[in-house]
Design a protein around this ligand. Structure first.
Ligand code: ADP
Length: 325
């Protein structure tokens, strides 16, 4: 298997803190291995439209600490069609690019899988999404930073809720995955954590809140994953059950997407980037996804990565319930 000589790098789908650190890691490791790097702007849109430029170790200076992605990103419905993927392949051929790194979430890695299978080009996916919804890896780039952003918000909200004896519903991101809510809820000391993976009953929830008052709690923080319902919907349902408690809502929204990546996300980016380049040195590896399992960097076939069934950590959820009492 001949070593890959020129790789293209793109970021796709929702941006996540740590994407820049991953771009940097790939470029610097590739440079040492004698592999040339090309940045592809705007995700798959830029691939199709030929937004390709050579990048080197200096291009990635001073980006490790930046959120977002210097290569920008996009959602590109055309990439679902073979005809457009072929255009993208022709662009790579024109630049002599014989390997592709895709940094993105589940959708982006699914696109990479199609592309790799269509044209037999070696591709490596690096999981970049704050949602932590890729089951083949314990963590995705951006998740730790997003959870820390939520934590800082919980701390601030707690101060004012305690001062006024109030309850607050804090709605967090994660799409269909409850991990941001679960991890931020436990580490932020939330009384209640609501995730899409575990159904809840509003009457029981209201009872818990009333009981918290009787137990002497001065404030109640409810961390609500967006995949359950909106914070205003939950507030309405709760007010139908409890009138005596004043409830506020905070929807954190996009502040969870931005910001400087944490140590954990930078380390994950460094290690995933290094493994991606190791794979290209091996040569024609097909489509693979890198990730982390039990603190070891792994790489798996992209089909296996995409077909790994998600498994919500119920044990952790139960710990959260106990700690919120
Ligand atoms: P994320 O990567 O954050 O999950 P999306 O689900 O929006 O974000 O996917 C990002 C992009 O990946 C899509 O806009 C599309 O260009 C591409 N993509 C997603 N699924 C597929 C697929 N099945 N085939 C080809 N391309 C896909």
């Amino acid at each position: 298997m001949a070593k890959v000589e020129r790789i293209g790098i793109l970021t796709s789908g929702g941006d996540a803190p740590g994407m820049n650190a991953a771009i940097r890691a790939v470029v610097r490791c590739a440079s040492v291995a004698g592999i040339e790097c090309y940045g592809i702007d705007d995700g798959y849109t830029g691939l199709i439209e030929g937004e390709v430029h050579k990048i080197d170790s200096r291009f990635v200076s001073d980006i490790i600490q930046k959120g977002g992605t210097i290569l920008r990103t996009s959602r590109c419905p055309q990439f679902l069609e073979y005809e457009y993927r072929q255009k993208g392949y022709e662009v790579l051929q024109a630049y002599g690019i014989d390997g592709l790194v895709v940094i993105g979430g589940g959708g982006s890695l699914a696109g990479m899988n199609e592309f790799s299978k269509d044209f037999g080009i070696p591709c490596v996916g690096i999981p970049g999404t704050i949602d932590n919804d890729l089951a083949y890896t314990d963590f995705t780039l951006g998740f730790d930073t997003a959870v820390n952003t939520v934590l800082s918000a919980i701390n601030n909200v707690r101060d004012t809720m305690t001062a006024h004896n109030r309850a607050c519903i804090i709605e967090v991101m994660g799409r269909h995955c409850g991990d941001i809510a679960l991890y931020s809820g436990i580490s932020g000391g939330a009384e209640i954590i609501l995730v899409p993976e575990i159904p809840f009953n509003v009457k029981d929830l209201a009872k818990t809140i009333k009981l918290d008052r009787i137990k002497g709690k001065k404030s109640v923080i409810i961390i609500l994953a967006e995949g359950v319902c909106s914070c205003s919907e939950l507030k309405e349902q709760l007010l139908a059950e409890i009138e005596e408690i004043s409830i506020r809502t905070v929807k954190l929204g996009y502040i969870q997407r931005g910001g400087t990546p944490t140590m954990c996300d930078r380390m994950l980016a460094a290690r995933c980037g290094a493994r991606a380049v190791e794979l290209f040195i091996k040569g024609n590896i097909g489509g693979r996804a890198v990730g982390i399992k039990n603190n070891k960097i792994i790489d798996v076939d992209i089909d296996e990565a995409l077909n790994t069934e998600s498994c919500f950590d119920k044990e952790l959820y139960e710990i959260g319930k106990i700690l919120g009492k």
